[in-house]
Design a protein around this ligand. Structure first.
Ligand code: NAD
Ligand code: 0WE
Length: 260
């Protein structure tokens, strides 16, 4: 019997079969969960719907986390079709490409707001709506990156957004804990996904991350997915407010000096 048997959960942030959300989906499906999905816009529906159907999902609806009306419509459908919810996975981030390339000190107000809105506030917005459907407790997991706590070249405003996301994880854990709802973040090492492939010199960053890691290799979507499935399950019933690294141990190292 799977560790998520009998549980209903939402996977938010699938773009394609390279998405971290898809690695989480495969682990959750294998462990017996019933899954629901969102997609951002019609272009992604064509990719997400067949993927979601391949894991027997029946709930596949649009949601733009930058739009309160879109979020309300999505969660109204969750309430109508499922009534209750056991877990959510938030695997969503966005920043203007220029802000990840130009000097950090030149970040515009607009680009700062966009990155924090889509990459950090959206977790709070999703968590509040989901918590209302978690009558028997629940578990929430978001995806973060080391750039939240270290200055990683070019990660820039996304690092600021991930710092806000990790802090939001702790405040959500405090707020929702009395309702039996746990909230955690998984800090993944670099993985080649749609969002990552749009980043210049990602190949070099991946090579450096592998060299500087304890396991001397990068991590996969599947490894991140398995860790998320554990955090979503009752096996992690005493774990909340945590940032759990799945990065081959890179973050415990000294970084570049030993890596080269
Ligand atoms: P991805 O491109 O597959 O996923 C990003 C998702 O965000 C997409 O599905 C996209 O549709 C969604 N999204 C963007 N704006 C949205 C909006 N307004 N409304 C709804 N959805 C929106 O890339 P990924 O690497 O799988 O990213 C998933 C998460 O993992 C992100 O939070 C990212 O920061 C995090 N992460 C990625 C890595 C990496 O190296 N790939 C490492 C650590 C953490
Ligand atoms: O969180 C991320 C990806 C974030 C991201 C990437 C893009 C590229 C395309 C957010 N928004 C956009 N917008 C775009 O238009 N990661 C953890 C992967 C990542 O991105 C980096 C990294 C790593 C690692 C960017 C610079 C440096 C390192």
């Amino acid at each position: 019997m799977g560790i998520l048997e009998g549980k209903k959960g939402l996977i938010l942030g699938t773009a394609n079969d390279k998405s971290i959300a898809w690695g989480v989906t495969q682990a959750c499906h294998r462990e017996g969960a019933e899954l629901g999905f969102n997609y951002l816009g019609e272009a992604l529906e064509k990719r997400v719907r067949p993927l979601a159907e391949s894991v027997d999902a029946k709930f596949i609806e649009p949601m733009d986390v930058g739009d309160d009306a879109s979020m309300d419509a999505f969660f109204a459908k969750v309430a109508e079709r499922w009534g209750k919810l056991d877990f959510i996975v938030h695997s969503i981030a966005f920043a203007n490409k220029d802000a990840l390339k130009n000097r950090f000190s030149n970040t515009s107000r607009e680009d700062f707001q966009l990155a924090l809105n889509i990459s950090a506030y959206s977790f709070v917005a999703v968590a509040g709506r989901a918590a209302a459907l978690m009558q028997n407790g629940g578990s929430m997991v978001t995806m973060t990156y080391l750039g939240a706590v270290r200055a990683v070249p070019n990660y820039h405003v996304m690092g600021v957004a991930k710092a806000a996301l990790e802090s939001s994880t702790r405040y959500l854990a405090q707020d929702l804990g009395p309702d039996g709802i746990r909230v955690n973040a998984v800090s993944a090492g670099p993985i080649r996904t749609l969002a990552a492939s749009a980043v210049g010199d990602f190949r070099n960053l991946m090579a450096k991350s592998a060299r500087g890691s304890m396991l001397k290799r990068n991590v996969s979507q599947e490894e991140v997915g398995n860790t998320a499935a554990y955090l979503l399950s009752d096996l992690a019933s005493g774990v909340t407010g945590e940032v759990h690294y799945v990065d081959s141990g890179f973050h415990i190292g000294a970084g570049d000096p030993g890596a080269e």
